[in-house]
Design a protein around this ligand. Sequence first.
Ligand SMILES: Nc1ncnc2c1ncn2[C@@H]1O[C@H](COP(=O)(O)OP(=O)(O)OP(=O)(O)O)[C@@H](O)[C@H]1O
Length: 568
Amino acid sequence: MAADEGGRVAYAELEGRLNSQLLQALSNHGFHYMTPVQEKVLRRPVFTQDALVQAKTGTGKTLAFLLPALQTLLEAKDLDVSCVGLLVLAPTRELAQQIKGECDKLTGECSRPLECHIAVGGSSRHSHLTRFLRGKPTILVATPGRLLDYLGEEAARQKLAKIRCVVLDEADRMLDAGFAPALKQILEKIPPKAQLGWQGMCFSATVPPEIKKMLPMVLSKDHVRISTMDENEAPTIDTVPQTVHPVGSVADVLPTLHSVLSCARADNPRLKAVIFCPTARHAGLLYHVFGHTGGAAPPKLPVFQMQSRMSQPQRTRTVQEFKETDRGLLFASDVVGRGMDFPDVDLVVQVGVPSETDQYVHRVGRTGRAGKSGQAVMILAPEEMWFVRENPQFPIKDGGKFTHPKAQLYPSAEIIQSALAKVPQQTKIQAYVANLGFINSLMRRYGLDQAGVVALANRFAAAFGCGDAPPALSPATVGKMGLRGVPGLVVEGKGLVVAGNANPAGNAGKGGGRGARGGRGGGSSSLLSTSSRGGGGRRGGGGGKGGQRRRQPQWASGGSGANGDGRF
Ligand SMILES: Nc1ncnc2c1ncn2[C@@H]1O[C@H](COP(=O)(O)OP(=O)(O)OP(=O)(O)O)[C@@H](O)[C@H]1O
């Protein structure tokens, strides 16, 4: 049996079993040996059985589901190429694009033309749908929202009437509460499994127990479970050492990030790193900040951002650029936290905690792919250290305060301060609001009460350089977050909410005059207008700033309002 020195079995071993055109395509693209998950999937006696497959990040799961599915299509005697035979569902547009790219590589040279179409949000519905309806979409890769939208049309439903195989990539995500309702509706609009006998396949690096009860939506009772991992093995990739650097306070997060990136850049001039942030706005802020620091240390590293608030053309362009670049810093939200295959990422940094435990695994998995090495670092404020304590299954080494022989070369605190001063105020305010929402949504995990949430978000606002007071929020935003009357917030038209007085209208007005009512004053920055206000936080004038100063705002202090903080 042909194997490489790592014991990996050659694809040539599948001659006679796997379609020869697929074998040729694999060879043409340099895939000569199977990864363990590919071997486990492809050396089964039958390719057509339902399967739940778990394998670590970056180990080749995409080919592991595409190959058996394409084999089914290529070998079928009665295939109607004008109808969808294979449907792949993925959680993000970029991942769907990437899967289509892999699929095209495999089918590009097949004598039987297999068109792969894509149905994702952010693109022109009309032109894609028209192409889909008029074309021969034997394969469809889709995100659930756009597919559901297509399926509102009878003609589109007809196109899916002969389905043979349904794959959920990032299956645990596709079956979680966010996507399951759309998935359920999709499955109601295609012929039932019982009628057509289509094959179901679910793939992910993480398979939390909760998804078990959702699996019957796509898998038959007698599905096989394939895993390349031992039950007690850490779910993260072995070639990636993981370290946490706890910082002394929220104010130290950005300087430490600067220090970490600058030292990594000093050690490796071709550093390629992904920096994950809790929210899209937070990623946007850090992109701006590091754009003003020379991409960490000079000489410059190119900086990129990737988050859901960008337009789709910008997102698509950035993915392409970051795939192609051999160095640079990508400030990202979880929109690229799963599945994305950026080649040769050396370092993943997580600033703060992920919104879900398993997301940690996927973020770390953006490095150390395809057998390469990598490094993963977390930078956590004291209030965020619960993540490490609560997750001993992750081999995260406590790296203590970040130290490095070259660290003293970079006066990171001053560099960050000066960079923050150049960032538009609106960007900082947006990051603050998003961060408040993020912490609020994880209030229990943080061990905070509402006042504690606000106090912590306010400390972040100070660290983001929001100005002399927390930015003012609209009453609607406060209401949506369920934070009405919570001390420490500044509410437009009402001013600073203080403990024991949930509605202190005019409070900030004493200092801020007209500005307090208009949300402009009191030293507070306002989100009243969507237009950029530049240094909005300071527009309240001397009265506003002075008013807040005299009050000695709670928000930037140690957080006496944060009842839960004592736990950390
Ligand atoms: N047999 C193979 N030989 C060499 N490289 C491979 C092989 N199979 C896949 N790869 C490469 O490995 C990388 C990771 O593959 P892929 O994106 O499918 O991983 P994954 O397991 O789906 O990761 P994730 O869990 O992050 O989604 C890709 O660059 C892919 O081209």
